[in-house]
Design a binder for this molecule. Structure first.
Ligand SMILES: Nc1ncnc2c1ncn2[C@@H]1O[C@H](COP(=O)(O)OP(=O)(O)OP(=O)(O)O)[C@@H](O)[C@H]1O
Ligand SMILES: [Mg+2]
Length: 235
C-alpha cells in the first residue's frame, strides 16, 4: 500500500542549529501516525516543514506520490495537507462561523454541516467571538477549520495541550472518528499515552532525530518509552 504522506530523510538547519536530522515518517492512507517527544525536540519544526512554513535543507516530502518539498505553503494546502497548528491560531476577534468559513473550500456548506456534526459545541456558539471561547472549544475550532478544506492529510500539533482529561478523550475519540471517515492524520503529541492509544504507528524524536519507531502497541510496552515518557507504566 502506498503512503499518502512520506517524509524521507528530512533535515532542517536554521543558522548553525541542526533542528532536524535524517527524519523519516510516513502516513498510510486512512492511518493515524504519532510523532512523540519532549519540549524542543523538533516536532513543530517537522510539521512546519511538511506544511511549507519551513523549508527543509535536506531530504524530501511526498504527498500522494508528488514531491512537495519545494512548494509554498498555500500550494501545499491546495494539495490537501492542512495543519491545525500548535497554539491554535484562530482569529480571536472573529466569530466561530467566520473562522470556519474563512478556512473553507468551495464546498462550503456541506463541509460546514460535517464539521458542526462533529462539534455540536461549535454549533451552539457560531456567533460567539472565537477568542472568548474556552481552550477546549478553541481547539475544536482549530481542527474544524482545517477539516473545512477536506484535507487528505491532517497535521495536528499537540491538540491535547492544556486540556483536561475528559476533553483529551473527546479530541482523541474525534481523531479516531475522522480517521474512520477516511482521513489520514499525522499527530504530534507530548501526551504519549493518549497518542499511542489512537495511533497505528509512532515515532519518538529526541534532539531532532527519530530514536524509536514502530507499531503503537509495541511502543506502549517498550521500556524505553514507558520509563521515559509514561512514568514506568501504561494503563
Ligand atoms: N525559526 C527558528 N529559528 C531558530 N530556532 C528555531 C526556529 N524554529 C524552531 N527552532 C528551534 O528548534 C528547536 C525545536 O523546536 P520545535 O518548536 O520544533 O520543538 P517542539 O518539539 O515542537 O517543542 P514543544 O513541545 O515545546 O512545542 C528548538 O530549539 C527551537 O528553538
Ligand atoms: Mg511544538
Amino acid at each position: 500500500m502506498s503512503n499518502l504522506l512520506e517524509v524521507r530523510n528530512l533535515s532542517l538547519k536554521i543558522g548553525v542549529q541542526e533542528i532536524l536530522h535524517d527524519v523519516s515518517v510516513s502516513v498510510p492512507r486512512g492511518g493515524i501516525v504519532a510523532v512523540l517527544g519532549a519540549n524542543g525536540v523538533g516536532k513543530t519544526s517537522l510539521m512546519r516543514c511538511i506544511s511549507g512554513i519551513y523549508h527543509a535543507t535536506g531530504g524530501s516530502i511526498l504527498v500522494d506520490g508528488e514531491d512537495i518539498t519545494k512548494l509554498k505553503s498555500h500550494e501545499i494546502a491546495e494539495r490537501g495537507v492542512l495543519q491545525a497548528p500548535e497554539g491554535r491560531q484562530i482569529f480571536s476577534n472573529m466569530t466561530v462561523l467566520e473562522n470556519l468559513v474563512i478556512g473553507g473550500g468551495p464546498l462550503g456548506k456541506q463541509e460546514l454541516d460535517h464539521v458542526l456534526s462533529l462539534f455540536p459545541r461549535l454549533e451552539e456558539r457560531l456567533k460567539q467571538q472565537a477568542g472568548s471561547m474556552s481552550g477546549g472549544e478553541q481547539q475544536m475550532l482549530c481542527i474544524g477549520r482545517a477539516l473545512m478544506r477536506k484535507p487528505k492529510v491532517l497535521l495536528l500539533d499537540e491538540p491535547s495541550l492544556g486540556l483536561a482529561p475528559k476533553l483529551v478523550r473527546f479530541i482523541c475519540d474525534l481523531v479516531e472518528r475522522i480517521r474512520s471517515e477516511g482521513y489520514s492524520v499525522l499527530l504530534v503529541e507530548q501526551n504519549v499515552k493518549a497518542a499511542l492509544r489512537i495511533a497505528g504507528r509512532a515515532s519518538v524524536i529526541e534532539g531532532g532525530r527519530i530514536v524509536i519507531e514502530g507499531e503503537a502497541d509495541d511502543l506502549a510496552r517498550d521500556p524505553r518509552v514507558t520509563d521515559a515518557y509514561l512514568g514506568g507504566h501504561v494503563h
